[in-house]
Design a protein around this ligand. Sequence first.
Ligand code: KG4
Ligand code: ZN
Length: 340
Amino acid sequence: MTITILGIETSCDETAASVVVDGREISSNVISSQIDIHSKFGGVVPEEASRKHLETINAVIQEALDEAGITFKDLDAVAVTYGPGLVGALLVGVSAAKSLACALDVPLLAVNHLEGHVSANFLSFEHIEFPVLCLVVSGGHTDLVIIKKHGVYEAVGSTRDDAAGEAFDKVARVLELGYPGGPVIEKAARCGNSDTVHLPRAYLEEGSLDFSFSGVKTAVINYTHKLFQNGEALSKENLAASFQKAVIDVLVDKTMDAAVKYSIHTLMLAGGVAANTELRRSLSTKAVEEGLKLFYPPPVMCTDNAAMIACAGYYKFLKKDYAPLTLNAVPGLELGNEKY
Ligand code: KG4
Ligand code: ZN
């Protein structure tokens, strides 16, 4: 017997629905992005996001079913992101999923968005041995997490201020490169030299596995202002490359330190920033040097999508870890601290 799960994701600025069979086979993966709407503001406008999710969700779900060649009656469960994220945005997905689960009389599976990002690896690779150390790097999070088995997490490091993706977005705004910042910084950096601008790397106290990116962001802003005041020309490419390297150096070093500290031999990357080619390359090089295995999903599975939510939901389905129909959105939800 196969298990067919509809995943729904509306935590930020993507309205997404996907049908996944047996936790690995993606039958459809529909993503309706709101980038056009938010890019003119240089960031996500929460009210606009909720309204757009509401307008789009039904059509996106229908498209996911059509692409998979199934109807509602073929679904065994509905999985949905219930946090963390923007509360108004999350509520649209949660309400849609609850209505469907109730009407179809199938289990409702409540998925933490970060667990979804992590699961993009399980979707892409069949054999990943536990324990795994995962660097989750997105627009809202920079976390080092040990995964002991499906659904069992221990956070060992986190950002104390800006998330890595947030820093990319803010620096891109200062350099007037567009939104979201990650892909445009990566593109500009390809034409730049990362050794040209000296930027700080915050390693914090000795042995700390926490991150801090506000310092490097402020250094970029100060550098830009100084050049402007002196009437000197700014090479956005060189600055983008130097900034990207400063962030990646810290991400890679701390991940390797955590692997040594906790004697873990398998690494994973997850979240939107994991789509970054330089981060993937840099961590791969270190992992090979140290004899560690490294997994990362294809770029489209790193950024927000609903296939990863359906995959995370599949493991909850196997454990009969069903959510009640009273499920609410939890904007500040933490990994491993389920609230339903
Ligand atoms: O995981 P995600 O799609 O949404 C959140 O859960 O936040 O991550 C979005 C973040 C944004 O900050 C975006 O700038 C960043 O991921 N991002 C990247 C790249 N692609 C997306 N950062 C660096 N390099 C990229 N290629
Ligand atoms: Zn995300």
